[in-house]
Design a protein around this ligand. Structure first.
Ligand code: GLC
Ligand code: MG
Length: 562
């Protein structure tokens, strides 16, 4: 095992070493910094804003925070285009702010997970700038995927691979003398050139980045686009029928070696430092391969949130995921949303409540009353399942997807779809904290350093006045109260979090299971009220009972007699 020297060998805070299995049951709150809280009135959230709201997060009952990329970035893809992995975006604050935030959160018992983006860098990153300047055949270019074009003049792309954001994956460069030059690969936007993971510099650099942040007390990393790092150097086209591991850019077997090396680094630190993968691999067994004991600790389970609100579908997803995780001994994660997908309230209010990027369209109708009932039921259902739970900021307020005017949209997914896909800005709107009009306490009332208060970077809908934290704190029937109570109970009930689940026999349309001897969760996805299973007491319900019956689109948590 490679050991390393911690800078100045700062003592590791006690809160970071206690409970080494914390990640198996944790509730992890995703902070989209840009939209969480703005301390300085520039209309963009920042780290001081987060620091000022740590009390709110403590009260909510979360165990860890996952921050979307907070590094210097031109924000061509919301910060997933990193130009310096060892600093903080100046609009968000400083490295010092980050260190204070990590330490203050830990004092409250809240760990920090940061986002690392290994597949690509920003086109402004010094390595890519150097590669452009150094020209064809240079050592600098070998850290990326530069390639001559096809055809007599080299003006055809090296492959016809389609981008994850639609459109082309290659962009042609211009030589220093002005003539058309080589092409470079980008699985996302041209502002995100892909790194060549066969290059030792690339591996070493990322291992050092991990150490840089672990040395600063972070408890884990969320690994962006984790399945995409390795490419087939022969650059074949994507086969019509892709054999397992046979895709030229996705889920190639060699990628596992990268995470084994990362695991050795994580394990060389005191306290469980965890690797959480963003792995979009449809095959459940290949997905679980990332979670073997010497690789990642957990990965996002995206299957559940892509299913429609239907008892058979959700039961199938739960069984599929628990079965896939069992052989590798890793806990599942439960994820209702994140900064990439349509908010649950909107999704579950739709005729088609399943999720797929390819289906996103403007003006898809949604019954938000139905959506909120189902999102409440889903919150309790997922919080009762075995494993860890992710909560995306604003879901605890039941925010719907915002329908934004087209002229404020920023997401490259929207633009690269030719304007068909609304993109992901609708789930990234700044949070409403208090008051009756925008910016709803997101920014301070007084002018900031530059003498003005700028409007939030994305406009908040006027209807959010009734969804502010302040409004919901005063309303025991609110989503915020539901989440606070649920997370409190989840901590108190020893059978929740990691462990086993046993299904109970029910009528069709109902999902019921017990955890341990006493705890029972029951969700009614049917269209009429149903009797609750035998119980001693009701701990929490997502909706008022209907004469003792559980109404449609609701979940109840029960204790049965031991
Ligand atoms: C991940 C991120 C997404 C980003 C993409 C490219 O899917 O969650 O927001 O656009 O990777 O880095
Ligand atoms: Mg700010």
């Amino acid at each position: 095992m490679t050991m390393h020297l911690t800078e100045a060998s700062a003592p590791v805070p006690a809160a970071l070493v206690e409970d080494p299995l914390w990640w198996r049951s944790a509730v992890i709150y995703q902070v989209y910094v840009r939209s969480f809280a703005d301390s300085d009135g520039d209309g963009t959230g920042d780290l001081r804003g987060v620091r000022s709201r740590l009390g709110y997060l403590k009260e909510l009952g979360v165990d860890a925070l996952w921050f979307n990329p907070w590094y210097p970035s031109p924000l061509a893809d919301g910060g997933y285009d990193v130009s310096d992995y060892r600093d903080i975006h100046p609009t968000f604050g400083t490295l010092d702010d980050a260190e204070q935030l990590i330490a203050e959160a830990l004092e409250l018992g809240i760990r920090t997970i940061i986002d690392v983006v290994p597949n690509h860098v920003s086109s402004e990153h010094p390595w890519f700038q150097a590669a452009l300047a150094a020209g064809p055949g240079s050592a600098e270019r070998e850290r990326f995927w530069f390639h001559p074009g096809k055809g007599p003049n080299g003006d055809l792309m090296p492959t016809n691979w389609v981008s994850n954001f639609q459109g082309d994956t290659w962009t042609r460069t211009t030589n220093p003398d002005g003539t058309p030059g080589e092409w470079y690969l980008h699985l996302f936007t041209p502002e995100q050139p892909d790194l060549n993971w066969n290059h030792p510099d690339v591996r070493r650099e990322h291992e050092e980045i991990l150490r840089f942040w672990f040395d600063r007390g972070v408890a884990g990393v969320r690994i962006d686009s984790a399945g995409l790092l390795i490419k087939d150097p022969a650059l074949p086209e994507v086969p019509v029928d892709v054999a397992p591991g046979g895709h030229p850019t996705e889920d190639r077997d060699e990628v596992h070696e990268v995470y084994r090396a990362w695991r050795r680094i994580a394990d060389s630190y005191e306290g469980s430092r965890v690797l959480v993968g963003e792995v979009w691999v449809p095959d459940a067994a290949r997905f679980a391969a990332y979670l073997r004991p010497d690789e990642m600790h957990t990965a996002f389970n995206f299957d559940f949130m892509s299913r429609s609100w239907d008892a058979a579908e959700l039961r199938d997803s739960i069984d599929l995921m628990l079965t896939a995780h069992a052989p590798v001994g890793a806990p599942s994660t439960w994820v209702l949303s994140n900064h990439d997908v349509t908010r649950p309230v909107t999704r579950y209010g739709r005729e088609d409540s399943s999720f797929a990027f390819a289906k996103k369209r403007f003006d898809t109708p949604s019954d938000l009353d139905r959506g909120i009932r189902r999102a409440r039921a889903a919150a309790l259902l997922t919080a009762a399942l075995p494993g860890s739970l992710y909560l995306y900021q604003g879901d605890e307020l039941g925010l719907p997807e915002a329908e934004l005017p087209r002229d404020v949209l920023e997401d490259p997914m929207h633009f690269r779809s030719g304007g068909i896909d609304p993109g992901r800005d609708g789930c990234r709107v700044p949070l409403p904290w208090r008051g009756t009009e925008a910016p709803f306490g997101f920014s301070p009332p007084e002018p900031g350093l530059n003498g003005t208060v700028d409007a939030p970077w994305l406009p908040q809908p006027a209807e959010w006045a009734k969804l502010t934290v302040q409004a919901q704190e005063a309303d025991p029937a609110s989503m915020l109260w539901l989440y606070r109570q649920a997370l409190r109970l989840r901590k108190r009930e020893a059978a929740l979090g990691d462990g086993a689940l046993t299904w109970l026999e029910t009528e069709p349309g109902v999902l019921a299971f017990h955890r341990g001897e006493r705890f029972v969760s029951v969700t009614n996805l049917g269209d009429r009220s149903v009797a609750l299973p035998e119980h001693e007491s009701i701990l929490l319900a997502s909706a008022p009972l209907d004469g003792g019956l559980l109404p449609p689109d609701s979940t109840a948590w029960l204790h049965r007699s031991a």
